[in-house]
Design a protein around this ligand. Structure first.
Ligand code: HEM
Length: 431
């Protein structure tokens, strides 16, 4: 791993990112239980309450939870811009995301207006606070790396997503507010392709060369790709608002978005081909799986413009959420968590004068056999979810059960890394 570009002395306390990383897999387990409970009825349409709840346990409870934790780690370390009062800030954001997502999911499952109302207040306040905090830090950032700009675009996309989500949740929870279903596609477009997609691209610019020892992304691509993607999303979004008259806007915007993600995927796969050390690495396997799913989703979206294909919406959702985003995020956890445990152990040993003591290396903190087993479970869950999107009857429960096993093991693997840290420094200490 190349760590020379990092401001490691600025690293926040271990509890700041880890509270997010350890909560996130529990939400996937919750999503799996919802799908297990409701079975194939959950997939009757994209609007069923269990599917909407499970979707948000995955997109808010898992993806946004981990991305929020990772950003609070990356701002000081990659961009030399520390988050003010990191413990308090992270505790507030974590609490709002956890309670807000639970309330939204429960509202969707029960249809109770009060739960929707609670969710939109708590999630709205928490996410606005988070976006303002990130913007503040990005303005202070001393790095001029392309990631700073792309992260800014990503949090703007999160703000749009949250705004639309709140309007939709109000439509579900309050009789006085109509449910504008035309906004749902706009909401998921900005959520999955804007917030998640842009952040993955921006972070990849730094972490793919650093963690996977590849050459850097070309400067021209780093500069223009996020701009084209953001413009594409804006044009596509306008097309969705005026679907009949403005079909061509959707095609132009969609073309920009599909082209950007395809260029990003092919470039990343090419850089991985050129890496200096070709040892097997679970992080790369997760990234490859994610990029293949992203390319498949872009291909499927393009194909459905010309052909009548069955179950395209569900397949696109599975490919983007479980295939692309959840794979990237899991792969990143397997790099970030052992590295942070090692770094904080190292700092602790130096601070307490225990110079001569051996500390475990990253492979000992998270043994590769266990992460590989977890990878195959997650991969199997993805295949079963894809089958369930087409044939829900026989496949939804096996898919949910495998997902439950995969993310319980992910949670256990991360927890074990943290336990090792506490074993070394003795109970009661914090990084
Ligand atoms: C403040 C946060 C959020 C709130 C209050 C919220 C609320 C909602 C609501 C009420 C719906 C149902 C719309 C309908 O019935 O037509 C919905 C759909 C959806 N949301 Fe969110 N959402 C939030 C954040 C997110 C995020 C961050 C993502 C993705 C990263 C996301 C992804 C989706 C998706 C994919 C759907 C569509 C599901 C489908 O059509 O099958 N949401 N959201």
């Amino acid at each position: 791993m190349k760590v020379t570009a990092l401001s490691l002395e600025q690293t926040p306390p271990l509890s700041v990112p880890l509270r997010f990383f350890l909560t996130a897999p529990v939400f996937v387990v919750a999503a799996a239980i919802v799908l297990l409970w409701h079975g194939h009825a959950a997939l009757d349409s994209r609007w069923t309450p269990p599917l909407l709840a499970a979707t948000h346990f995955l997109t808010l409870g898992f993806l946004t939870m981990i991305m929020a934790g990772a950003i609070q780690q990356l701002l000081p370390v990659l961009m030399a811009s520390p988050v003010p009062r990191p413990r308090l800030t992270s505790a507030v954001i974590h609490l709002a995301l956890t309670l807000g997502t639970l309330s939204l999911g429960a509202g969707m499952l029960t249809g109770k207006g009060g739960l929707f109302l609670g969710a939109l207040v708590v999630l709205g306040a928490g996410l606005i606070f988070f976006v303002l905090m990130v913007m503040f830090c990005l303005f202070q950032a001393r790095s001029s790396h392309a990631t700073v700009f792309v992260m800014g675009l990503a949090v703007i996309a999160l703000l749009v997503t949250a705004g639309l989500g709140i309007l939709l949740a109000a439509g579900h929870g309050l009789n006085s507010v109509p449910l504008f279903r035309t906004l749902t596609d706009l909401h998921l477009l900005w959520g999955m392709l804007g917030w998640v997609g842009l952040l993955v691209i921006g972070v990849a610019y730094q972490v793919v060369p650093m963690f996977q020892l590849t050459p850097n992304y070309p400067g021209l691509l780093m500069r223009w790709l996020p701009r084209i993607l953001f413009a594409g999303l804006s044009i596509w979004g306008m097309g969705l608002l005026f679907p009949e008259e403005r079909k061509w806007l959707q095609w132009i915007g969609g073309g920009g978005v599909v082209g950007s993600f395809a260029a990003f995927s092919f470039m990343t796969l090419r850089l991985q081909q050129q890496r200096r050390r070709r040892l097997s690495d679970i992080n790369i396997d997760f990234w490859r799986l994610a990029l293949v799913c992203l390319l498949a989703a872009m291909g499927l979206w393009t194909a459905q413009g010309f052909l009548q294909l069955p179950q395209t919406e569900l397949l696109l959702g599975v490919l983007l959420v479980a295939g692309f985003a959840m794979s990237v995020v899991s792969g990143m956890l397997y790099k970030i968590v052992p590295f942070l445990v090692w770094l904080h152990l190292n700092n602790y040993m130096q601070a307490t004068g225990r110079w001569g003591e051996q500390i475990p290396n990253m492979k000992q903190i998270l043994p590769s056999q266990r992460s590989r087993l977890q990878f195959w479970l997650q991969f199997s869950a993805l295949l079963l979810l894809l089958l369930a999107a087409v044939w829900p009857g026989p496949f939804i429960r096996p898919a949910a059960l495998t997902m439950l096993a995969a993310f319980s093991l992910l949670w256990w693997n991360l927890l074990d890394g943290l336990r090792l840290y506490y074993r070394y420094i003795g109970a009661g200490e914090e990084g």
